[in-house]
Design a protein around this ligand. Sequence first.
Ligand code: NAP
Length: 343
Amino acid sequence: MGLDKISKETFEFSIKNLNNTFSLLPPYSKNNQVTTVTLKRSLTPETHLPLVTLKPCNPETISPMKYLITGSSGQLAKEFISHFKQSGMDYIAPAEDVLDITDSDIVERVFGEYKPDVIINCAAYNAVDAAEQDSTVAFRVNSDAVAILAAAARKHGARIVHYGSDYVFDGKTDHPNHEDSPTNPLNAYGRSKLAGEEAVIESGADFLHFRLSWVYGNGNQNFFHKLMQWSDNNEVLKVVWDQISVPTYTEDIVAYTLAALEKGLTGVYHLTNSGYATRYEMARYFFKCLGKDITIIPVNSDMFPSPVTRPFFSVMSNKKLTKALGSPIPTWENAVKRFVKQL
Ligand SMILES: NC(=O)c1ccc[n+]([C@@H]2O[C@H](COP(=O)([O-])OP(=O)(O)OC[C@H]3O[C@@H](n4cnc5c(N)ncnc54)[C@H](OP(=O)(O)O)[C@@H]3O)[C@@H](O)[C@H]2O)c1
């Protein structure tokens, strides 16, 4: 049977071959039998529309905006910095020990001195497992500090761009989540990110809030980096198949954030690459692009005990954004290919 309705039960026992099929092998599959799992995709981006591509801006032809980037050593901040540097844009990206976003006095001082037109908040606490043990820092960075930044943006008449997460959803739906789908985070990290988006929405600041999922780029804190490390020491990798979302490349996040700013969009949007994948498929595709021959076995999440419950199907639809911009967002496969090329 195909997966018109995706639920964990039907997914686990789906045995008909369609076009996106993989096998769970004993002893990792249910009842110790080989189980073939099929995921039926419904998201095919329209290809006749032009893609937004990241090209250097000409500072002489764009309005002379001043950008403040927070969380400067994170993977998304680094992508913004690299692009802004190449384009000769007016920006500052203070190190975390210079601009600690949880300190309202420092935030006020930086706003007062630099007077940014746009603040791009890339700072976050993303340690999902650690947040479950002690959520204090997660809430301080992902929620309280966002309220501080948004209040400063409002006071100084700046726009704030903030980023959320697919973990605000419980993953129990059978279709991609839209911007107004009900939220119900399953873990402390997700609750802290939800509190952060509420803070920015309620602040009264001019805001753009993008929910992201499975972010990767140049940095050490992403799934591909972990896969490379694991594959250095192991010939066989076990990767979970029961988490499904959209791998999303920082290069595309930067391109589509800037396109949305240029277009004057405000409000909440899902900014993901198009399509979706299980972690297992993501790993297989990555190694295929790398040309690395490695055996990967799909396993259930409970193979890796964790204090955190992660959503099963936290896929988000990017339709609202692509419609507003008149441009599809490249598929996750296209993005992984580009990422691998520049490694
Ligand atoms: N990574 C993902 O898979 C994922 C998925 C969904 C959504 N997102 C969201 O996407 C956005 C960008 O994420 P990312 O992957 O670029 O994250 P990242 O690589 O973890 O970068 C976050 C940066 O924020 C810094 N930071 C933490 N606390 C700070 C503070 N008090 N003041 C200033 N900086 C602070 C961190 O510094 P330290 O490392 O020193 O703590 C880190 O350099 C975040 O909002 C994140 O929640 C990410």
